[in-house]
Write a protein that binds this ligand. Structure first.
Ligand SMILES: NC(=O)c1ccc[n+]([C@@H]2O[C@H](COP(=O)([O-])OP(=O)(O)OC[C@H]3O[C@@H](n4cnc5c(N)ncnc54)[C@H](O)[C@@H]3O)[C@@H](O)[C@H]2O)c1
Length: 244
């Protein structure tokens, strides 16, 4: 109802934010300052979003808090800030609340930056099986800020590089060459550009941009995965079992 939406737009902005506990410790004060400065009434729910806690329990936890915030699904998209686990859990909660509440993804790991940021999927683990419960509800927006990646552990940079290598091997020789020439540099500098040496140009920007574009090319025409022959599933035959 346009009238209702106009009325709501005159009210003070309100936002419900789900944030990974680790990310909250590192960036929470900046996030809070941002909402305060912009006069946005907000509730920040900080959760331990790990592969072990990626379950319906956390989804229900979020939903209880969303309900007590009296969230208006027409004008108040939920914001999820964290790695792929946080984005998947919060996305599932948003898709369930009042049958579908819009949500925004803010990826903070390299893997979620190049992968979960652009997909439609969400989900949680169930009965020891990875992502057994979930759905396809794309976010209304993804905000990409590479500076979050500077604080993730080196091992998780390697995880993200693995995801990028998959796209390079399956789809893009230029991306493969970027990894061949700058991979070690990208790992050492955690994809930050400020300390770039001339010979590496802006390898971080180019690599992440091409990785996301090639990912989008694959996902967009097959958003609901009707075609199961997906290049992005390269390696997935065995990987979910190993990851659990
Ligand atoms: N929905 C999709 O399309 C999609 C795509 C790919 C992967 N996934 C899912 O994503 C998950 C993996 O995501 P992930 O690799 O981001 O793991 P993750 O969410 O577990 O994050 C890895 C670790 O990094 C920490 N962390 C996050 N941001 C940080 C930051 N900026 N600084 C320091 N530490 C930080 C987290 O607390 C966590 O300990 C899997 O569960 C997978 O199923 C979903």
């Amino acid at each position: 109802d346009p009238q209702q939406i106009e009325l709501a737009s005159k009210r003070r902005l309100r936002r419900f934010i789900v944030i990974d506990e680790v990310v909250d410790k590192l960036y929470g004060s900046k996030v809070r300052a941002y909402f305060r400065e912009n006069n946005v009434q907000h509730k920040i729910l900080s959760l331990p979003t790990t592969e072990e806690t990626k379950s319906m329990d956390l989804v229900l936890n979020i939903l209880q808090e969303v309900q007590s915030f009296s969230l208006d699904r027409r004008t108040e998209p939920i914001i999820a800030i964290g790695g792929g686990v946080c984005l998947d859990i919060a996305g599932l909660a948003a898709s369930l609340y009042r049958r579908r509440t819009p949500y925004i993804r803010v990826p903070t790991t390299l893997l979620s930056y190049v992968d979960a940021s652009v997909g439609a999927k969400n989900g949680v683990n169930f009965l020891q099986c990875k992502n057994k419960l979930g759905g396809y509800t794309p976010p209304v927006a993804s905000f990409l800020d590479r500076s979050f990646i500077q604080s993730i552990p080196r091992r998780h940079i390697s995880n993200g590089l693995g995801e990028i290598l998959k796209m390079a091997l399956m789809k893009h020789k230029g991306l493969f060459d970027l990894l061949k020439n700058h991979g070690k540099y990208l790992l050492d500098t955690k994809f930050q550009s400020y300390n770039g040496f001339a010979r590496h140009g802006d390898a971080a920007l180019q690599t992440t941009r091409i990785a996301i574009e090639t990912m989008l090319e694959e996902l967009a025409p097959n958003l609901w995965e009707d075609d199961l022959d997906r290049l992005v599933d390269f390696g997935h035959l065995i990987s979910p079992e190993l990851e659990m």
